[in-house]
Unconditional design. Sequence first.
Lengths: 320, 344
Amino acid sequence: MKQTNVEMYRRMYLIRKAEETIQTYYAQDEMKTPMHMSMGEEAIVTGVVQALNPEDQVLGTYRSHALYLAKTGETDIFFAEMYGKATGMAQGKSGSMHLSSPDHGLLCCSAIVASSIPIAMGAAYANKYLKNGKRVAVFFGDGATDEGVFWETVNFACLKRLPMLFVCEDNGFAVHTRREHRHGFSSLNKVLANFDCNVFEEKSTDPAVIFETTRKALAAMEQNGRPCFLRLHYYRYLEHVGINEDFEAEYRPRHEYLEWREVDPIAMQRKKLAAIGYLPEQVRVLEQGVDEQIARSIDFASGSPYADACELHKGVFICG
Amino acid sequence: MITYCDALNEAVMQEMEQDPTVFVYGIGAPDHKKIFGSTANLLEKFGPERCFDTPIAEDSMTGLGLGAAINGLRPIHVHIRVDFLLLAMNQLANLVSSFCYGIGGKVGVPLVIRAVVGRGWGQGYQHSKSMHATFAHIPGLKVVCPTTPEDAKGLMIAAIRDNNPVLIFEHRWLYWQTGAVSAESFEVPIGKGKIVRKGKDVTIVATSWMNVEALQAAEILGRHGVEVEIVDPRTIAPLDEDIIVESVNRTGHCIVADNDWVYCGFSAEVAAMVSDRCFGRLKAPVRRIGFAHTPCPTARHLENEFYPNAENIVREVERTLSMERIDLSGEKFYSHENRFRGPF
């Protein structure tokens, strides 16, 4: 478990550092893409991805920097796409909101709330049909549970017993609107418990807790064949879209944030490494390695060329 | 000779036999009515994993098709009406159409979506839409409207083998049309039109059912010395512009008879394209025929006002060619309405 904890720290530090780097350079206006920052949710994505096999598949939302970085570990293509360069995953056509890396099993991310959930179901249908043993995890916010397509998908995935995890990253808000202003029922979990699925809930910024919960979910799915719903709570540190705080807007109080900040996933995990005997020098070397990787990626991305204008017309259809 | 419906069925059957990744699903796909017979024997032959019913959930079921298509399968999603397909518009316009583009052109979406265009016997305004132009408007979707049994089979096979999303609009009344169709597997290329009838005086670009009306109009006009050429584009997107341009350059006249609303429709697209590419050769303005700009009414006599027919085409040809008005009192129009007794 020690090595797992180190690996999870490395991933979370990479995610945090990459986003802090976006904050540093965003004002230069070279990254012209709406940033929906992951800060605060690092433990969820890291714990779930750690519990999955590398060949398992994931899908996300417009808030998926963390998911991309946790699943791929790479930052060159990531930043190149942010800069809109030819070396990005989609030559700059997709930007921050539509990350993907099919080779790493990140199938797609969508900026329409809940819309990747049924696609995950189709991917799971194919995996079951092809008997390839792959599992699919689809990440979405609690706002997605307001959408009809979420319930349609839960219904059919349960009916067909599809091997998939519904991972709800619940920050309590749909954009700026709290749950109590959106839901005509008191408990999402109770509603979901009426479906033929396994329901789990955690409120933790410890990736090891998320990792264990996900392992339990995968084991339950293996055992009874039912899909799983994981409701995992976190707090969004920054504004809905953008790189700044937004407490002055007064739809949420700063003290909420400060309470969560007390248990910040990266800070907590760094403490944990010390507690399990990982030396400060080793942490420094790990962090330095990530810092250098990101610095190289910024150079790579900012120094990469833009795609030719003719690229506009390429890729609408696949040839052959 | 087989029917259009049997041709669709035969195409899917043959593709499912030779490719185990092809599957068919949709509301009612395996039930006893079998989408008017077009999905007959698929469940029986290939089992419930490859031919299955769905909840009434078009949005998520379209997402299912997309997810399966990018993960190694070739789904065919069936809608018994185009009107129901509209519930899938988010997936089609926001996800399916842009998927390949958004992933840098690296992953195709071999998804086929079948949708039946209803008409007659009181289908009304929620069971009769065509709207192929609405879908063709969206980059990343291919849209085909087969008219003959041969085209139904060949375009269906081409659609299934295509690595991109293809929507097939099947007119309900064409289901009983018969024609010679090769028993072998064959493709009709997507994006290629067809000259349905040769003629030198006027070009009629007709889609779907309007080919049937155009043929009747051509026959009547032929008796009055006018040689009509009919072009069926077969594919709405991508459009075979050249076959239309070549024809209009010969005839100098173009009428578009579209099985859809006129305003902002496919007929406008063809008219604009012909005006651009055939400007110096046109001897009269391009004219357009299509549905009345109203929701489709239920009562038969109003429905007859809503739908254009061969008579409308004849009158439009007279206008375009500045002809004397033909006496049509001996002709029978809207005869197909008498054949269709519903309910669907």
